[in-house]
Design a protein. Structure first.
Ligand code: ZN
Ligand code: ZN
Length: 321
């Protein structure tokens, strides 16, 4: 009997570890239709590779519906780790590749998981061209999978329904209103942010922008502002290193990059003036390691201008307003 029990225990341990380690995937997230609005910061990085940060990708959860703002590089990994296995829609802010290049992998993995519907995609003009390009790259892969698995692998999931919009209300269903607003990421046009309003709470996701009046207007009164950010002092140190190395092409591109992002102290001032209640930072420039020390240095000085809580984003972090 004792031997029999021991076998059962061993079998149970093996089954549990096979389940947890063979795939490393958490259970699908249970979503509460009565819950309010919240976000998961999925990709907090920038194009410069950082093993701890995917690029631009933020989930906005309204009740039991899940939307993404942007689908950056490697976003599928934190998305899957957050237990999100389907989406109600995707909103694009602009078409720098660090904001869209992860789309194909998200769709492919949903297809493998058995999702069988097209995902609505919204964005400013350019969305059709970008999504068609990604769909085209997966054409052979789709042929192989359908050839192998038949209808079990959905053709629809690899073909999102794309609609292009001008700024204004772009989505209004089931009590969730999403408003697209212009931001300032010149010379990149169009570039927009999104304002999600659900059950009397407002979550704003900035996209890429410097601090400017259009951005401030879009963020006005937000309960939670998820903002891109750059730390000028850290950036200047990177510029000095680049100058010392003599790589002038890289140096000039870094300097140009500084001009169209939201400098941390200017962002803090804007958030205060716009009455933002909580600030969560993503798209961190430079791409610091997710450590307390680096994050404290990153936000140095911001609290001199902004009274509310400041959260330095890490991939997979849940943030509620
Ligand atoms: Zn970007
Ligand atoms: Zn950009």
């Amino acid at each position: 009997m004792r031997r029999f029990l021991a076998l059962i225990v061993v079998a149970a341990v093996l089954a549990a570890s096979a389940d947890a380690s063979a795939q490393g995937r958490p259970q699908p997230r249970s979503l509460d239709p009565d819950a309010g609005i919240s976000v998961i910061l999925l990709g907090t990085g920038i194009p410069i590779p950082n093993p701890r940060r995917a690029t631009a990708c933020t989930a906005v959860i309204a009740g039991d519906r899940v939307f993404l703002v942007d689908t950056g590089r490697n976003c599928i990994v934190p998305l899957d780790q957050a237990g999100i296995r389907d989406l109600n829609g995707i909103f694009y802010t602009h078409y720098h590749s660090d904001h869209f290049i992860g789309l194909g992998e998200i769709l492919l993995n949903f297809g493998v998981d058995g999702v069988d519907h097209s995902i609505p995609v919204h964005g400013p003009p350019g969305a059709v061209e970008v999504v068609e390009g990604i769909v085209a790259t997966y054409r052979l892969d789709l042929e192989y999978r359908i050839g192998h698995h038949g209808e079990k692998f959905s053709e629809a999931v690899m073909n999102p329904e794309v609609s292009e919009h001008e700024p204004g209300v772009v989505f209004d269903e089931g009590g969730l209103t999403v408003t697209m607003f212009p931001v300032c990421h010149e010379p990149i046009e169009p570039a927009v942010g999104y304002r999600f309003e659900y059950r009397d709470q407002v979550v704003v996701v900035s996209g890429d922008t410097r601090v400017c009046p259009d951005y401030a207007a879009g963020a006005e009164g937000a309960d939670l502002l998820v903002s891109e950010v750059e730390n000028a002092a850290m950036f200047n140190a990177a510029i000095a290193l680049s100058r010392a190395s003599g790589n002038t092409r890289q140096l000039e591109m870094i300097e140009e990059g500084m001009e169209y992002h939201a400098e941390s102290l200017a962002l803090a001032r804007m958030a205060q003036e716009a009455g933002v209640k909580k600030l969560a930072l993503t798209h961190l420039f430079p791409s610091i390691p997710p450590t307390d020390a680096a994050e404290a240095q990153f936000i140095q000085g911001m609290s001199d201008y902004y009274d509310g809580p400041i959260i330095v984003g890490r991939d997979g972090m849940d943030v509620a307003p």
